[in-house]
Design a protein around this ligand. Structure first.
Ligand code: C2E
Ligand code: CA
Ligand code: CA
Length: 731
């Protein structure tokens, strides 16, 4: 070993600075101390013979230097000269390049080992190759482990592909990494279709929560595997029940890699054995096709719906809570296109818009059609507001160039349409990062609401410093829009008593809102919001409809109570509604009530702000024999002379005057004055907010006809109110 001719091959460049002998000695020692085998061959001699090997080479191969010196290295390959990596080496050497390869080699005793080889040519000053240096590492152990792994992978793949049950490899964030044919068949999708979706999308929404909880427990290391009976939605919209088993696979550093999910369709089992001994028997079975895919995908654009968007968002944030922005887009004046060119044109436009917006999305971004002309977009890796604003601008600009659409059915006529967009946005970072996807989307929507107030084509950012009150207000405003359709509103009925006979005269219908997250919201809080947004109009008619239906039900059930009345509050906006009379008439006809069974309550303010229109509308209502009451009398203008202009029947004295009547406060003059004036004008009087027997007695002695308040009853649900009617009838 260490022949003298080792040193001349070290490149002259390297040696320029070396003071030859000392440094050369050092180099030789270093090479000998290396645990890698090192070989040097003489490239200028025929067949590239070995001229040097180090000690590690000798240990690795069992050959001593003098046994190999002067030979080409090929003796190491045994009979395996066809290895693919070998030809790679030969080619590289011919081209004068360095190369790496892993080869199966043989020791002197014939045993094989895996040799990871690095070979580099050495050039002289004339750029001729003089030598080759090879560095080799014994990687037998690694190679064996790899082989075992590969074998088990092959086995797994075979099992996976041929398994009779559905199997999938699912990424941590829910997308499919791989799916087997059985799963494709079970869910009715092709592999390509399925690979574009997530396991979550395939799941029945009612089972989201339970599944997610378990997947998260896996990630948090509480469990490694779980089993769950849940429902999946197939492509044709039917629901299947399946036993799901998921196992989280981690790497050697315990970093989660993916889930192996096995899905056994129980539907067949269920049909063969109708009452299986599983917990499924206790779950309500949704009939097949009950939940088509429209739950998740918008039929027109093919985009995810709001529901799916919220789920995506929650997942995205759960994995990377600090990054991203949510944009809520609303198309300005879209309604005009719909109205002027027809819904076909509107649909084309929506598709074209969603296509354009999608072009802007990066791999991890996603988008949904959240409603009619609204789109929601999540963009990942947005950290600052200025970045987010810039993206909003890009989104707006993307939609500024005209859209060409086919505007007349039958003959092809195209026209160009210009669209502007208003955007509300919120960053996912900061205070709300832990919030659910839904809240973030709502925040963006709230910002959109503010943007719309500013004008068209604007952008507003959700302001996290908004006080809780403002936030709540905006939230209520947003949510109130959906409250009717989501059946969050209901009506209560508060008895109005005849003070003379002590019997029930009727009820006032009062609307209630049970918010799914914020709990009970009082009308005192949401009615002003409804007034501001105009929502009080649909809400008002809805209450009217409910109340009239309720009265009709009572009349049918208790034929004796034909005189019972129902009082319904009418907002100032409804008085301005030109359709008011028709709508009221329609509801009366539908429920078969006669006009004098209905009392509409209006405030002075509502009347006085629209004197002309109000008196016209009220006259027409009077023709239907509907009774009209002035609500909260005493809190507004309290101008009886004004009131004379309106065909009013009843005055309701505001609660504040009634509550001021206590045994220690003998000053009843205001109430007394109001009652006598009302009587002078031929109006009946209702005292509101009667809470004590004393107040009832005083009102009665002052000649007030009716009383309403907690003394008699609080506003009651339909069932309790029905009991009140029944008791009164029984008297
Ligand atoms: P309002 O029309 O003056 O309704 C009477 C309010 O006084 C009701 O409050 C009722 O629960 C409350 N009240 C009744 N008796 C007593 C009592 O003895 N003591 C006290 N402290 N309060 C009593 P509520 O239901 O919170 O309604 C508040 C207001 O919201 C209503 O005042 C009305 O202006 C509005 N509102 C309620 N329902 C509707 C509706 O369907 N349409 C419209 N436009 N407004 C409504
Ligand atoms: Ca009222
Ligand atoms: Ca009132």
């Amino acid at each position: 070993m260490s022949p003298n001719n080792l040193f001349p091959i070290i490149q002259p460049k390297m040696l320029e600075t070396l003071e030859t002998n000392i440094q050369l000695n050092l180099l030789e020692r270093a090479i000998n101390a290396s645990t890698n085998g090192i070989i040097i061959t003489d490239a200028q001699q025929e067949d590239d013979p070995i001229i040097y090997v180090n000690e590690a080479f000798e240990n690795m191969t069992g050959y001593a230097f003098n046994e190999v010196a002067g030979h080409n290295c090929r003796f190491l390959h045994g009979h395996h000269c066809q290895q693919e990596d070998l030809s790679k080496i030969r080619q590289a050497l011919q081209e004068g390049k360095e190369c790496c390869a892993v080869l199966k080699n043989y020791r002197k005793d014939g045993s094989e080992f895996w040799n990871e080889l690095y070979i580099a040519p050495v050039h002289n000053a004339q750029n001729q190759i003089t030598h080759h240096i090879g560095v080799q590492t014994d990687v037998t152990h690694r190679k064996q482990a790899e082989n075992i792994l590969q074998e088990s992978e092959t086995q797994f793949r075979q099992t996976f592909e041929c398994a009779p049950i559905g199997m999938a490899l699912v990424r941590i964030e829910g997308r499919f990494l791989d799916v087997n044919p059985a799963l494709c068949e079970m869910l009715g999708y092709t592999k390509t279709e399925l690979m574009r979706r997530t396991l979550l999308e395939m799941s029945h929404p009612d089972d989201f929560a339970e599944g997610k909880f378990l997947y998260r427990r896996c990630l948090q290391g509480e469990i490694q595997t779980f089993q769950l009976e849940k429902r999946y939605l197939t492509k044709d919209g039917s629901t299947i029940y399946a036993l799901t088993r998921a196992t989280l696979i981690r790497d050697e550093n315990q970093i989660p890699l993916h889930y192996v999910v096995q899905i056994l369709d129980l539907s067949c089992a269920l049909s063969q054995h109708p009452v299986p001994e599983t917990t499924l028997a206790t779950k309500q079975v949704t009939p097949a096709k009950a939940l088509p895919n429209y739950f998740h995908y918008d039929g027109l654009t093919g985009l995810p719906t709001r529901i799916l968007f919220e789920e995506y968002l929650e997942e995205a944030l759960w994995h990377q809570p600090q990054q991203g922005a949510v944009f809520f887009l609303d198309l300005d004046r879209f309604q005009i296109i719909n109205e002027s060119f027809g819904h076909g044109a509107g649909d084309q436009l929506l598709i074209a818009i969603s296509d354009r917006l999608e072009e802007l999305l990066q791999k991890d971004d996603f988008m949904a059609r959240s409603g009619g002309d609204e789109f929601a977009i999540f963009v990942k890796d947005v950290n600052t507001l200025s970045q987010a604003r810039q993206i909003a601008k890009t989104l707006q600009e993307k939609l500024t160039s005209p859209f060409t659409i086919n505007t007349s059915e039958g003959k092809i006529t195209t026209s160009d349409h210009f669209i502007t967009t208003t955007i509300g946005l919120t960053l996912t970072s900061g205070h709300y990062s832990q919030e659910k996807g839904r809240n973030l989307l709502q925040n963006a929507e709230i910002a959109l609401g503010r943007a719309k107030k500013k004008g068209k084509a604007t952008v507003e950012v959700f302001d996290q410093t908004l006080g809780e009150k403002v936030w709540r207000q905006s939230r209520l405003e947003t949510d109130l829009k959906k409250a009717i359709s989501r059946q969050e509103l209901y009506v209560q009925y508060q008895p109005i008593m005849n003070l003379v006979t002590g019997r029930l005269d009727g009820f006032e219908a009062l609307v209630r809102w049970q918010h799914p997250e914020l709990g009970f919201v009082s009308p005192g809080e949401f009615i002003p919001i409804a007034e501001e947004t105009g929502l009080v109009i649909p809400i008002g008619y809805w209450v009217l409809d409910q109340a009239c239906q309720q009265l009709q039900e009572w009349q049918q059930r208790f034929p004796e109570c034909q005189d019972l009345t129902i009082s319904v509050n009418l907002s100032g906006l409804q008085i301005k509604d030109p359709g008011l009379v028709q709508k009221v008439k329609g509801i009366l006809e539908k429920t078969g009530l006669v006009g004098n069974q209905l009392k509409l309550e209006l405030t002075e303010t509502a009347l006085i702000e629209n004197v002309d229109l109000a008196s016209q509308q009220l006259q027409q209502l009077k023709r239907l024999k509907i009774q009209l009451s002035i609500d909260d009398f005493g809190t507004g203008y309290s101008s009886l002379s004004y009131l004379q202009q309106f065909p009013v029947d009843v005055l309701k004295i505001d609660r504040s005057f009634v509550s001021a009547m206590t045994p220690d406060n003998h000053n009843l003059k205001i109430v007394q004055a109001v009652i006598s004036l009302a009587h002078a004008l031929d109006l009946e009087v209702i005292g509101e907010g009667v809470e004590t027997g004393y107040q009832k007695d005083q009102l009665k002695s002052l000649g007030c006809e009716y009383g309403q308040g907690y003394y008699y009853a609080k506003p009651l649900g339909a069932v309790q109110a029905t009991q009140v009617v029944q008791e009164d009838v029984g008297q």
